[in-house]
Design a protein around this ligand. Structure first.
Ligand SMILES: NC(=O)c1ccc[n+]([C@@H]2O[C@H](COP(=O)([O-])OP(=O)(O)OC[C@H]3O[C@@H](n4cnc5c(N)ncnc54)[C@H](OP(=O)(O)O)[C@@H]3O)[C@@H](O)[C@H]2O)c1
Length: 234
């Protein structure tokens, strides 16, 4: 049985990935900030100490079993106190820092903490949930300053990591994945103007993510791709 890890397993897309992986004969290790810890579920706080402690425990539990998929499905667009900015006057240091911490720093902290496990792999797809709105070339509408910038910065972090992993973890393929607008808590307040056929179910997106990840060649580069397998402009 192949091993798979889903970080952010309590989110809409993360939970659907867990279901999809279980239905395709994977042993899935789930991680989230919430839920009770169990045999195959680990709970973490979003700080360095907690992430490294939980990662060490996970690496020991998985031992030398090969990991086919690592999916990092965490991310934030809005909270009770954070709203995506529509104009310059809406910018606020605390909100921007919180969005960058969740969307840019957190996925990289997990890559850092799981490096010992990644270095043992011969064929492992690491899919990190990015977003097309993080594309600088594609930004024609403006707005959502912090979310856009945090995803653009995430892509740069991943590109930099891909260059390093090409030397230090040759069996890993890094993917920045754009899921398309998906019916989850994150998109819920912004779905009104989305045509029905363009609002994907989490299970559809999870299926596409696994298929697209599997299609990528193990070439030591970062692929920024969408749910349809198409390359997204930087
Ligand atoms: N839905 C879309 O239309 C869409 C479009 C493009 C990109 N994406 C990206 O897809 C990813 C998954 O989003 P989703 O749609 O599944 O949203 P979601 O249902 O809101 O799930 C987001 C997950 O991220 C976790 N999270 C948020 N802030 C965190 C933090 N500071 N530390 C640790 N975990 C944190 C949440 O954990 P808790 O459950 O503990 O709160 C939740 O599990 C995100 O990166 C998002 O940017 C989504």
């Amino acid at each position: 049985m192949h091993q798979a890890i889903v970080i952010g397993s309590n989110g809409g897309i993360g939970a659907a990935c867990v279901q999809q992986l279980k239905s395709t004969q994977h042993q899935v290790w789930t991680l989230s900030r919430s839920n009770q810890a169990s045999d195959h579920h680990r709970v973490f706080r979003d700080d360095e100490v907690s992430i490294h402690r939980v990662a060490k425990n996970l690496v020991n539990s998985i031992d030398d079993k090969p990991v086919r998929h690592l999916i990092i499905a965490t991310g934030v667009l809005h909270t009770e106190t954070i709203k995506p900015e529509k104009r310059l006057e809406d910018l606020c240091s605390a909100s921007t820092q919180a969005v960058f911490a969740a969307n840019t720093w957190l996925p990289l902290a997990w890559l850092q903490a799981l490096l010992p496990l990644l270095q043992k792999q011969a064929d492992c797809r690491v899919s990190v949930l990015s977003a097309r709105v993080g594309s600088i070339g594609d930004n024609r509408l403006g707005g959502w300053y912090s979310y856009r910038a945090s995803k653009a910065a995430l892509n740069m972090m991943l590109q930099t990591a891909a260059i390093e992993l090409a030397r230090r973890a040759k069996g890993v393929k890094l993917i920045a994945f754009h899921p398309g607008t998906t019916d989850t808590r994150l998109s819920e307040p912004f779905q009104a103007n989305v045509p029905e056929h363009k609002l994907f179910s989490p299970s559809f997106v999870a299926g596409r993510l696994l298929e697209v990840a599997q299609q990528q060649r193990l070439d030591g580069t970062l692929s920024f791709v969408d749910w349809n397998g198409q390359t997204v402009d930087w």
